[in-house]
Design a protein around this ligand. Structure first.
Ligand code: DX5
Ligand code: ZN
Length: 219
């Protein structure tokens, strides 16, 4: 199933609840929440209080993307704060397997992410322990960047390995996704689509509907 996950990094923080309701009302099921620690990536974004407050405001599936150094330190807090999917970066973990296991033990869905320069083969050993592989299609850290063209081949490679091994793993893409390259990433094998600027710039409901139409019909 193809799923749209609007990234609130591009939302108006003063009107977060309202903008999320618009995206949800237009059909988005997931909400992508970027947590940045100023270490793994230069920027700082949201903290726990944003997640737990939003949890009370919406029933959307919380897709929490931890761009945080040594993320095992925080998975418990995000799990109890309302995350449904917790994604950690392979490059940020001291012990990847243990971190994934901790997320699983908390009853949450497990995501693993790789930056553009990390070979897909490095994530391959963990595919049987995760629910979602997040392939960064820009350098993590900022919204509004341009899609890195070489990502398409990486998506294809990941989908091929997952299919060859008969696994049921979602492939999520994040960064620079617009209505113009959406078809390309879907065809390569992505099925969870993060979009920040493409959703929250302009008419939110219209943006969501437009993207979902492409995801459902392929046009
Ligand atoms: C970037 C974040 C993304 C970001 C995407 O590090 O992980 O989720 O919000 O923003 P757009 O869709 O504007 O590239
Ligand atoms: Zn993200």
């Amino acid at each position: 199933m193809n799923i749209l996950s609007p990234s609130i990094l591009a939302a108006d923080c003063a009107r977060l609840g309202e903008q999320i309701d618009l995206a949800h009302g237009a059909g988005a099921k997931y909400l992508h929440i970027d947590i940045m620690d100023g270490m793994f990536v230069p920027a700082i974004s949201f903290g726990m209080c944003v997640v737990s407050s939003l949890r009370k405001a919406t029933g959307m599936v919380f897709d929490v993307h931890l761009m945080v150094e040594d993320p095992i330190r925080y998975v418990e807090e995000f799990a109890s704060g309302g995350a449904d999917i917790i994604t950690v970066h392979l490059e940020a973990c001291r012990d990847v397997g243990q971190t994934l296991e901790r997320i699983r033990s908390l009853g949450k869905r497990v995501g693993l992410s790789i930056k553009p320069a990390t070979p897909v083969s490095e994530a391959a050993p963990y595919l049987d322990r995760i629910d979602m592989l997040l392939i960064m299609t820009v350098e993590p850290g900022f919204g509004g960047q341009k899609y890195i063209a070489a990502s398409t081949e990486r998506i294809r490679e990941a989908r091929r390995i997952i299919a060859d091994r008969g696994l049921d793993v979602d492939v999520e893409v994040d960064g620079g996704i617009t209505r113009d390259n959406l078809k390309e990433v879907l065809e390569a094998g992505a099925n969870v689509i993060v979009a920040g600027s493409a959703v929250f710039s302009g008419d939110i409901a219209e943006n969501v509907q437009g993207m979902m139409e492409t995801m459902e019909t392929g046009v």
